[in-house]
Write a protein that binds this ligand. Structure first.
Ligand code: COI
Length: 360
């Protein structure tokens, strides 16, 4: 698909942009353009372009508003010291978008078209890619697909809209890169067997919100979910995967069960582990084992990971049994080293030995 640029005639001024880039937060601000394409069952994909950023006009009967047939992705564009702009493993996001599409009965967008849309959007809004700043700033890209047919019958939509928007972003957590506090929910589940847990679909996040809000009310940053069948196995947090580090140098993350989001950062850490002399392990972890390990010190570090969260240390886990502080509650050595290494690759400060980076 061609993503030709239809220039925004009223872009933000350089001053407005600079003010936003000075302190973007996460998900608050959007660039001057967006990539769009339309799919219909009769004509396939068409009408692709990069157009001025702006609202959609939706018929009240638009299917996504009723049955939530929707999927999305999250990836970032990073500015390197020489000014060039790079994406991290965008082929993985393209592949996951196709997997999510299959699960949610949406049309697949080819990797070629996915990458073309992102290249065109990031090129158009290159000035919005933060640069030259210390810390963790990037242009967060949010590609998504939704059922845009106006029809109330429950069946796959015959019209689907693809869009990618871009948002200059700093750290996901308002606290910056400090250890976060996690509430373990055994009241709510995120997804069950045969459900949509492995798809990056809005409903999984919608179902996490009440649990997340209750955790926030209790003073926690994120909620951790266990499996829906036994309420026993650690799955993931509200919007990120989870890892633990053991004193015998294992880096353990819950095995993909069909109900866990297959994170790109999660996958990258499995590869990086070996470079740090750690043994990557994907297996079931019971909540009981995790909390006992944290209490005894056998689990020395716990961290969250995701595109938005990068690698965020977890300082405290709590459930109805009380608080379980992870070691000293501060950022662990392994967590800090993995985080630094991942960011160094993403920002071009370390050699990209795995061929993960793609220049825009
Ligand atoms: C991510 O991009 O890391 C997400 O999963 C989405 C959300 C937590 C902001």
């Amino acid at each position: 698909l061609p993503f030709d640029l239809r220039q925004n005639q009223h872009p933000r001024s350089a001053e407005e942009r600079a003010a936003i880039l000075a302190d973007p937060g996460f998900g608050n601000h959007f660039t001057d353009h967006m990539a769009v394409a339309t799919w219909t069952s009769s004509d396939g994909w068409h009408d692709s372009a990069v157009v001025p950023y702006g609202p959609f006009t939706l018929d009240p009967a638009t299917a996504v508003l009723h049955y939530a047939q929707e999927i999305f992705e999250g990836l970032k564009a990073y500015r390197h010291a020489d000014g060039s702009v790079w994406l991290f493993r965008p082929d993985q996001n393209a592949a996951r978008l196709r997997r999510s599409a299959r699960r949610m009965a949406l049309p697949e967008l080819s990797e070629e078209d996915f990458l073309a849309s992102i290249d065109a959007l990031v090129s158009a809004d290159e000035a919005w890619v933060p640069g030259g700043v210390s810390g963790e700033q990037s242009l967060y890209l949010r590609p998504f697909l939704f059922a845009s047919e106006a029809f109330l019958g429950v069946r796959p939509s015959r019209r689907v809209t693809y869009c990618c928007i871009a948002s200059p972003a700093g750290p996901y957590f308002a606290s910056g890169v400090h250890p976060v506090r996690i509430w373990v929910s055994t009241t709510y589940n995120r997804s069950g067997p045969g459900g949509t847990g492995a798809a990056k679909t809005g409903g999984n996040y919608a179902s996490s919100l009440v649990a997340q809000a209750e955790a926030a009310e209790k003073g926690f940053d994120q909620v951790m979910f266990t499996d829906a069948v036994e309420q026993r196995w650690v799955e993931e947090l509200g919007g990120m995967n989870v890892y633990l580090v053991t004193t015998d140098n294992e880096l353990v993350t819950p095995a993909l069960s069909g109900t866990i989001l297959e994170g790109v950062t999660r996958d990258s850490i499995l590869t990086l582990a070996r470079e740090f002399g750690l043994t990557p392990v994907e297996r079931q972890i019971s909540l009981e084992e995790l909390l006992a390990g944290v209490d005894s010190g056998l689990v020395s570090e716990v961290f969250a990971c995701g595109t938005a969260a990068v690698i965020t240390p977890i300082g405290l886990l709590a459930d109805d049994s009380g608080d379980h502080k992870v070691s000293s509650g501060e950022t662990g050595e392994v967590t800090a080293a993995l985080r630094k290494n991942l960011l160094d690759v993403q920002y071009g400060r370390a050699e990209d030995t795995h061929g993960w980076m793609r220049r825009v």
